[in-house]
Write a protein that binds this ligand. Structure first.
Ligand code: IXZ
Length: 325
C-alpha cells in the first residue's frame, strides 16, 4: 500500500497537523519524527483537559490490560495514559491493529492547543514509552506492507504540505536527493550535518550531530553557529526572559546555509523569522536558537519547510534523503 496525507500548519507554523482515522473517529495529529508514541486525546481524558479536542473512543478498540505510557518533552509538556489496539488509517494506508495510546492526563500546553488531538510518532520504536512492552510506531506497523519502506515530508511555510508513505513523488522536489546515513542508537533520525554559512558564500566548520525532527518547531544549533548567525543581525540579542535570541521584527534576517550529504541547502532568512514575542509585533523570536542542554542539534520545522526529506528504511542502515523543494 501507499498514501498521502495533508500536513496543515498551525499559526506561525508552530506545528503541522494531519487528519488520521483512529478507530471510528478522525483526529488531527502532530506527525513527529522526534518521538515514537501515537497518543491521542480520548473519552478517558478528564473533561477539564479535553474540552475543544476531538476524542478517540476506546470502545472500538481492544484494551491492552496492564499497559501504560508516560511521555515528557524538552519543553516540560507531557501526557500519560493507557493502551488500546485499534485500526489507524493515514492517507489510505491502514494499520489494522495499531497501539493507540489513550491519554488519561495531558499537560496544560496540550490542553490549550485545541487544534491538536495528539501525536503520531515517527521516530524509532526503541524510544516508545509504553510499559511493560514498547509498541511499534505507525510506520513500523505498516512498513512491511508499503510499496517501499519509506515516508517523505514536504512541509511548507504557511501552507499545507504533505507526508507520503511508501513512495517518493519526484514532483515535490528539484535536483537530486542527497543521502546521509542515520545512527539509530538514540531512537532518532540522527545524522552528522556538515559545514554552514551565514548569508551566502561557501560553507565551513561543522554543525555536527543532528536530528531531523518534524515535531520541533525551531532549529537548535551549537552556540558557536548561533552566535555567528546573530552577529549578522544588528538588533539581535539574547533575551533570557524570552529564553532565546530576539531582534526587531523590521530587520531582514540573513539566509542560513547548511551542507548535508555533500549538498548545500539554504534556509531563507524569511523562514528563520519565526514570530513576534508579543502582540505589539515589535520584537521577534528567531527560528535559530542554541542547542544548550539538548545534547545534539535539532533540525525542526524552520529547516524542514525548506527541503523535501526522505525517511528511508529500504536498506539495513536507515538513511535520510534531502532535496531542495
Ligand atoms: O521531543 C521531540 C519531538 N516532539 C516535539 C514535541 C511535539 C509536541 C509537543 C511537545 C514537543 N524532540 C526532541 S528530541 C530532544 C528534545 C529536547 C529538547 C530540549 C531539551 C531536551 C530534549 C526534543 C524536544 O523536546 N523537542 C521539543 C522542544 C520544545 C521546546 C524547546 C526545544 C525543543
Amino acid at each position: 500500500q501507499s498514501g498521502e496525507v495533508a500536513a496543515n500548519p498551525e499559526q506561525y507554523d508552530e506545528s503541522y497537523l494531519c487528519p488520521v482515522q483512529v478507530g471510528q473517529t478522525t483526529l488531527n495529529l502532530d506527525f513527529d519524527t522526534g518521538s515514537a508514541d501515537l497518543w491521542v486525546f480520548s473519552t478517558l481524558t478528564p473533561k477539564s483537559e479535553s474540552t475543544g479536542h476531538s476524542l478517540y473512543n476506546p470502545s472500538t478498540g481492544t484494551k491492552k490490560s496492564g499497559y501504560t505510557w508516560d511521555i515528557s518533552y524538552g519543553d516540560g509538556s507531557g501526557a500519560s495514559g493507557t493502551v488500546y489496539a485499534d485500526k489507524v488509517v493515514v492517507g489510505g494506508v491502514t494499520a489494522t491493529s495499531q497501539a493507540v495510546e489513550a491519554a488519561t492526563s495531558v499537560s496544560s500546553q496540550f490542553e490549550q492547543d485545541t487544534d491538536n488531538d495528539g501525536l503520531l510518532g515517527l521516530a524509532f520504536s526503541s524510544i516508545n514509552t509504553v510499559e511493560p512492552q514498547a509498541q511499534k510506531t505507525f510506520f513500523d506497523s505498516v512498513k512491511g506492507s508499503l510499496a517501499k519502506p519509506l515516508f517523505t515530508a514536504d512541509l511548507k511555510k504557511g501552507a499545507a504540505g504533505t507526508y507520503d508513505f511508501g513512495y517518493i513523488d519526484s514532483s515535490k522536489y528539484t535536483g537530486s536527493i542527497s543521502y546521509v546515513n542515520v545512527n539509530t542508537a538514540n531512537g532518532f533520525w540522527e545524522f552528522t550535518a556538515s559545514g554552514y554559512a551565514v548569508g551566502s558564500g561557501s560553507v565551513s566548520g561543522s554543525v555536527g550531530d543532528a536530528i531531523a525532527d518534524t515535531g520541533t518547531t525551531l532549529m537548535y544549533l551549537p552556540t558557536t553557529v548561533v552566535q555567528a548567525y546573530y552577529n549578522k543581525v544588528d538588533s539581535a540579542d539574547y533575551d533570557s526572559n524570552q529564553g532565546g535570541y530576539t531582534y526587531d521584527c523590521s530587520e531582514n534576517l540573513p539566509n542560513f546555509l547548511i551542507s548535508l550529504g555533500g549538498k548545500t541547502f539554504t534556509v531563507s532568512g524569511t523562514d528563520i523569522n519565526f514570530a513576534p514575542v508579543d502582540s505589539s509585533g515589535e520584537t521577534c523570536f528567531g527560528g535559530i536558537q542554541e542547542n544548550t542542554g539538548i545534547g545534539m542539534s535539532i533540525l525542526g520545522d524552520i529547516f524542514l519547510k525548506s527541503v523535501f526529506v526522505v525517511f528511508d528504511q529500504t536498506q539495513s542502515t536507515p538513511r535520510l534523503g534531502f532535496a531542495a523543494q
